[in-house]
Design a protein. Sequence first.
Length: 147
Amino acid sequence: MIEYEVTSSIEDITETYQGLENIVQWFRSQFYHEHMMKLYFEQTRKLPISVADDLDAFAVPDESEVPITEYPTWMREYSLGFIRNNRLVMEGRCVMPIKNPDKRVIGFIGWDPFTTPKYLDSNNAGYKAGATTFMGMENIREYYTSD
């Protein structure tokens, strides 16, 4: 029988949630955010920009536009799977956070209609958020308690 040692604690999980939320907030605060969201949502998908806001979606530019060295030290050192081998995993993509029913970010789905794969799932804490959850899961309690 194989035994596994559980090494994470509530503090680690809370820190992870906060780190993932910090990534969302950092990208959404960048000067290019609104312009890139208009390109992804209004021009490419023909959706109002309010959809991007409702999803907390954000854009990750190509490294040629923003070099990896310009990202905050905390993101490069404690990247939570967003930066691997000094490279942005979701580079050039529109990214939608995946949230749990407690409305906490647990991972990301990156979309780029011009590359393969079109959708890229983050791999955080040993699981793929998009494969184990679904978009809008943070609203599930509201759906089941409303008439």
